[in-house]
Write a new protein. Structure first.
Length: 178
C-alpha cells in the first residue's frame, strides 16, 4: 500500500489499508461519480446521513451530490473510497476551506456495512494530511452531539472539542497544525 503525500493531484486511485485490513482505493470525486454517490448515501444509515448533512434527509439528491462532484480541487476537495476487493463505493470524504485557506472543514461518511472497520480513522488521516499540505492552520468538524463515534474518533486523532454558540445540539472539533 502506498501512503501518498497528496491525493488531490492524482489521476489514478491510491490504495490504502485500514487498521482492520480493509483495502481502500481512494481518489478525488468527479462528475461521473454522481450516480454512485447518490446510491452510496442511500446506503448509509438515516442517522449517519443526518450527521453528515446536519439535517434529516431521506435521500441525497442531485443538488447536494453536485456539491461533492463539482469542486475546484483546491479550496474544496471531495474524495471517494472504494472497497478494493468488491469495487463498491464505501466512503466519501470532503475538505472545504475558507477563502483565506486558514481553516478547512472535514466531513466523512461511511457505508453502514463498513462502520467500525477503520475507514473513518484512515480517511481522517488522508484529509488532515491534505489540509496540512495545502497550508491550512487548522481543520474543524461540526458534529451533532449524538454522533458519539465521530466525536470519539476525532478526539483520538487530536481534535479538541468546543461548543457551538447558539446551538446546543452541535459540537465543533478542532485540530490545529504547528
Amino acid at each position: 500500500m502506498t501512503t501518498p503525500a497528496t491525493l488531490a493531484d492524482l489521476a489514478q486511485p491510491v490504495d490504502l489499508a485500514t487498521r482492520d485490513g480493509v483495502t481502500l482505493s481512494v481518489r478525488p470525486a468527479y462528475a461521473e461519480d454522481a450516480d454512485a454517490l447518490e446510491a452510496f448515501f442511500d446506503g448509509v444509515s438515516d442517522d449517519d446521513r443526518r450527521f453528515r448533512f446536519l439535517t434529516a434527509v431521506r435521500h441525497v439528491g442531485p443538488d447536494q451530490i453536485a456539491s461533492l462532484t463539482h469542486v475546484d480541487h483546491w479550496r474544496t476537495e471531495s474524495w471517494v473510497a472504494f472497497d478494493k476487493a468488491t469495487g463498491a463505493l464505501i466512503a466519501s470524504a470532503m475538505l472545504a476551506c475558507d477563502a483565506q485557506m486558514d481553516t478547512g472543514e472535514i466531513a466523512i461518511s461511511i457505508h453502514r456495512d463498513y462502520r467500525g472497520k477503520g475507514l473513518g480513522w484512515t480517511l481522517l488521516d488522508v484529509v488532515a494530511t491534505e489540509a496540512q499540505r495545502r497550508g491550512l492552520k487548522r481543520v474543524i468538524s461540526i458534529e451533532d452531539r449524538d454522533n458519539h463515534a465521530a466525536i470519539e474518533l476525532e478526539r483520538e486523532k487530536g481534535f479538541d472539542a468546543h461548543g457551538v454558540d447558539g446551538d446546543p445540539h452541535l459540537i465543533m472539533l478542532e485540530k490545529r497544525f504547528a
